[in-house]
Design a protein around this ligand. Sequence first.
Ligand SMILES: NC(=O)c1ccc[n+]([C@@H]2O[C@H](COP(=O)([O-])OP(=O)(O)OC[C@H]3O[C@@H](n4cnc5c(N)ncnc54)[C@H](OP(=O)(O)O)[C@@H]3O)[C@@H](O)[C@H]2O)c1
Length: 248
Amino acid sequence: MGERLAVVSGGGTGIGAAVARVLATDGFDVFVVGRRADVLTDTAERISWDIGRPRAVRPVVADLTDPEQVSEVVEAVGDRAVDAVVNNAGGYLGGDTGGLAGIAAHWRANLDANVLTAVLLTEALRSALRRPGGRVVLVSSIAAQRGGAGPYSAAKAALHGWAYDLAAQLGPDQITVNVVSPGYVADTEFFGDRMTPEGHAKRVAATLVGRAGVPDDIAEAVRYLIGPAAGYVTGQVLGVNGGSVLGR
Ligand SMILES: NC(=O)c1ccc[n+]([C@@H]2O[C@H](COP(=O)([O-])OP(=O)(O)OC[C@H]3O[C@@H](n4cnc5c(N)ncnc54)[C@H](OP(=O)(O)O)[C@@H]3O)[C@@H](O)[C@H]2O)c1
């Protein structure tokens, strides 16, 4: 068992799996949380095998929009201190926007998936966060800063305001809270079958560096914020977007 413990939501795929891999490589025990047991187990076993540390990464199955299921994570953590919570679960939820009922359902789904997942997991683990030295990271989106995706943009932007409050609340315990805001990241399940060659090319062209992001680009930013070098960084939004949005 490692000495440090991290919880990564949405850690079975994409950006979350890359975060789980860098943290496990750095010696953390990592719980990856998501709704699909098979996906989580595959990822946990693959990373643990690759780094040569059995059970370095372990699955916890929970729908983090459901307060009752969040208790699965609390149970898995037990009486250990949590060094880092990476709130990465989320995504764009499409929906029938016809009529007010449809609009309400569309907005609620995006707020639940992107805001409530982070709030419930963080609140459930708040008392277990290591004091001093704990870390909370929220994975937002470039959509929070430039719009473009309706309720998803708004939901991700909500994380920013909440992060500022949480940073103020936890700062006296030397716990930092920061937001990582990815731009376009390929090789994840985020776009499902929504991505087209034209959509990909448009997003790449919007960057200054002329390429799509990869999950490791985001994982390295999370690694920095969780590491000892970032103890004086809190309440910040770190854009990792290839220059698609500048300076905010
Ligand atoms: N890819 C991009 O271009 C991009 C850009 C900006 C921001 N982001 C953000 O980055 C984060 C990671 O996305 P990704 O690109 O890596 O896509 P992804 O592969 O779809 O990852 C999302 C993860 O969240 C989990 N998840 C979703 N809802 C959940 C819930 N209610 N409870 C628990 N787990 C849940 C999913 O697992 P289950 O389905 O098994 O639950 C999945 O592992 C998301 O918050 C996304 O909005 C992505």
